[in-house]
Design a protein around this ligand. Structure first.
Ligand code: DX5
Ligand code: ZN
Length: 219
C-alpha cells in the first residue's frame, strides 16, 4: 500500500494548525526530531509532538535523528507517536531499541543514512515494521535527492522479497513530482515529502501525490 507522509519540517510553524488541516487527506504526518549531535541541526521535540497530537488524527510517523534514541522511547510514546523510527547508526543496541518501541505498542522503524549499506538491516528483518532509506543526508529539508540511494531501495526490496516479506520501505529527502515515479518503481511505499507538500498549495500538492499513488496502484 502506497502511503504519503508529509514532513512538517517544511511547514510554516506559525500556522501549523492550518497546514496540518490542509494535509489531513495524507495517511501519516512525518515529524523530524534532530538533536544537534547525530545531525548538525536542531528541530523540535516532545512538547511540540504533544501539541501536534492534539490537532491531528493522522498517524504520527516520528523520525528520530538523535544519538542513543532508546533513552526517549517512553517520552515519545507518551507524547503521541504511532511509529517511532530510529537510526541504525545512532543505536548502541539496535535490537534492544526496537524491542523497547514494541513494548510501548508503537510500530518500530529502522533508518539508514545514504552511506550505510542496506545489508546491515538483514539481522532486523523480522523485528522492524518499516525500513527508512534516507535519500539525502539527514539534517535539513529542501535538499536534492541522491540518485544512488534509489538503487539502495531496489536492493532492499529484493532482499525482503527473497525472504517473502513485504515490509514497508519509507524514503525521505528530496522527493518531488519529477522523481516520484522512479522512487515508486524502486519499491518504496511510504513516501515522506516536506517541500513538495508544504511549499505552494498544500492541499493541491497532497491531491497530486494521492492521485499519483492511486494510479500507480492500479498498474
Ligand atoms: C531530513 C528530514 C526530512 C525532510 C525532508 O533530514 O528527515 O524528513 O523534512 O524534506 P524535503 O522533502 O524537503 O527534502
Ligand atoms: Zn525525516
Amino acid at each position: 500500500m502506497l502511503l504519503l507522509s508529509p514532513s512538517i519540517l517544511a511547514a510554516d510553524f506559525a500556522d501549523l494548525k492550518n497546514c496540518l488541516k490542509k494535509a489531513e487527506k495524507a495517511d501519516y504526518i512525518h515529524f523530524d526530531v534532530m538533536d544537534g549531535m547525530f545531525v548538525p541541526n536542531i528541530s523540535f521535540g516532545i512538547p511540540v509532538l504533544s501539541s501536534v497530537r492534539r490537532i491531528t488524527k493522522n498517524v504520527l510517523d516520528v523520525h528520530l535523528m538523535i544519538q542513543e534514541p532508546s533513552r526517549y522511547v517512553e517520552k515519545f510514546h507518551d507524547a503521541g507517536a504511532d511509529i517511532l523510527t530510529v537510526h541504525y547508526e545512532a543505536c548502541s543496541d539496535v535490537g534492544r531499541t526496537l524491542g523497547l518501541i514494541h513494548e510501548k505498542g508503537m510500530k518500530a522503524g529502522l533508518a539508514v543514512k545514504p552511506g550505510t549499506d542496506v545489508k546491515v538491516l538483514l539481522p532486523y528483518f523480522s523485528e522492524a515494521d518499516m525500513f527508512l532509506v534516507m535519500t539525502v543526508e539527514p539534517g535539513f529539508g529542501g535538499q536534492s535527492l541522491i540518485p544512488a540511494c534509489v538503487d539502495k531501495v531496489s536492493k532492499l526490496r529484493s532482499l525482503l522479497d527473497r525472504q517473502g516479506l513485504d515490509t514497508d520501505i519509507e524514503v525521505d529527502g528530496g522527493i518531488t513530482r519529477e522523481n516520484i515515479d522512479t522512487i515508486l518503481n524502486a519499491g518504496a511505499n511510504v513516501i515522506v515529502m516536506g517541500s513538495s507538500v508544504f511549499r505552494g498549495n498544500i492541499s493541491e500538492n497532497v491531491d497530486f501525490f494521492l492521485n499519483k499513488f492511486e494510479e500507480a496502484s492500479r498498474c
